[in-house]
Design a binder for this molecule. Structure first.
Ligand code: SF4
Length: 446
């Protein structure tokens, strides 16, 4: 770790998925090694970095709003503004040409060059030059295997086990912004898991854009997750985000039988209609997906299944949308993230299919799915009434510090009154469920 006589203060803001949260931790480590210090206060920062997401329209819009907020700040004092992550990769032309505010752009495979880019930008500003630093090359090899991300504490630690994606779902920008799939060496991952356990974390979440396609030599994802779950001190292991095509029997058996692998599978379906699934390039049919759900539930009927859905994909008819609606009724997920289709630049769908479902129809479909899922989630959660569940304490509830908050093995939020049960993050409590809403279980001591 190098020190500087007058260290520059960096403020980083993170948008989008857990992989971006993880990457921000990597960036912290890489910049601290070069003598930068971090501040939570953007008002006193010399460098403001935005780690961005290009997957959804709203994350994209938020970044532009934050950029315009910085204009006033930048007029008052020297300030280096950097855009990192998927937007830097996907919108490099737009951001370099149209955003004079942005000094540094770095894609997800270029973070090792970030200290140099920021140094150069600071020097250029001191000399009154307006040059921009740009690093957006994609790598076939970069896994940051040797960089231990700086974790800010808590109960859960993320480990990125693979990066990139080869699936090319037609709506998705990730293969263009994060490049081809590459998996980390398993021994490096296990060393990291042991260090995480030594630091007192109780839960590890294995991360990857397509996490269950992990492969390194003769290690597949089933072997990797079982080995991580065997690390002493780790009580729970989760994983996200998987693709339904990569669930061999060995992985299902590992999830179902290993006591420390959480009984929760996120199984993004995206659509319940075969024509739309084909256009999305999801590589499974409705029947194949439902067969996988049946197989999982035959192995463990209590497992929590969740999903992602896109409503209003190109040319989706009312009847095709109804297939998705019925699929939700059939599977009865515990929860579902429903998104309105928004065209992303450079994707296959943007090039091949007109985005022709009217905005109000898309919104109606999202509303219908959200209402249906809310009803199903409430019914599902009410199945826990009267049961006693182990709950890993995460901290205080968002709405009140008088309530504790934790998660079940199936990743369902549980709230309790701390006056009846004082609790510390990292503890596992046995709690009796007495009430339930669509998103929360309410518990008391047994
Ligand atoms: S599997 Fe599909 S949706 Fe997921 S990251 Fe890859 S291309 Fe995107």
């Amino acid at each position: 770790m190098s020190t500087r006589p007058n260290p520059r203060q960096v403020h980083i803001e993170t948008f989008g998925c857990q992989m971006n949260e993880y990457d921000s931790e990597l960036v912290r480590t890489l910049l601290k090694r070069e003598g930068y210090v971090f501040t939570e206060d953007r008002e006193c920062a010399d460098v403001i970095l935005m780690n961005t997401c290009a997957i959804r329209e709203n994350a994209h819009a938020k970044v532009y709003t934050h950029l315009s907020d910085l204009k006033a700040l930048k007029k008052t004092r020297p300030l280096v503004v950097g855009v990192l992550g998927c937007m830097a990769q996907n919108l490099k032309e737009e951001l370099t040409v149209k955003e004079p505010l942005v000094d540094v752009l770095a894609g997800p495979d270029a973070y090792r060059r970030l200290p140099m880019l920021i140094d150069d930008a600071i020097r250029a500003q001191e000399q009154g030059l307006g040059s921009k630093g740009l690093a957006v090359d994609l790598s076939e090899y970069e896994t940051y295997d040797d960089v231990t991300p700086e974790r800010t504490g808590g109960v859960n630690a993320w480990i990125a086990v693979m990066r990139g994606c080869d699936n090319f779902c037609s709506f998705c920008v990730v293969p263009y912004t994060r490049g081809r799939e590459r998996s980390r060496d398993p021994q490096g991952i296990l060393d990291e898991a042991r260090r995480i356990a030594d630091q007192g974390f109780k839960q590890i979440t294995l991360l990857g854009q397509n996490v269950n396609s992990y492969r390194s030599g003769d290690w597949d994802f089933a072997r990797l997750i079982s080995a991580v779950a065997d690390v002493p001190g780790i009580e729970r292991v989760r994983f996200t985000s998987p693709h339904p095509k990569d669930f061999p029997r060995s992985l299902l058996e590992a999830v179902v039988s290993h006591p420390r692998i959480c009984k929760h599978i996120h199984l993004p379906v995206q659509s319940g209609n075969d024509r739309i699934l084909g256009m999305m390039n999801r590589t499974y049919t409705r029947a194949e997906y439902l067969a996988l759900v049946d197989e999982i539930r035959r192995m463990d009927s209590d497992i929590v299944l969740t999903t992602d859905i896109i409503a209003g994909f190109c040319s989706e008819s009312d009847a095709e949308f109804a297939d998705t609606y019925r699929l939700l009724e059939t599977v009865r997920y515990h929860s579902a993230f429903v998104f309105l289709y928004s065209e992303r630049k450079h994707t296959i769908a943007a090039r091949k299919f007109p985005d022709d479902v009217p905005a109000e129809v898309k919104s109606q479909r999202v509303t219908a799915l959200v209402e249906l899922q809310r009803r199903i989630s409430t019914e599902r959660n009410r199945e826990y009434l009267g049961r006693t569940l182990p709950v890993l304490v995460e901290g205080d509830a968002k709405k009140s510090h008088l309530q504790g908050m934790g998660k079940t093995d199936g990743n369902i939020t549980v709230i309790w009154d701390k006056s009846t049960l004082p609790s510390q993050p990292g503890q596992t409590l046995s709690l009796s469920i007495y009430d339930a809403s669509a998103s929360t279980l309410y518990a008391r001591p047994v």
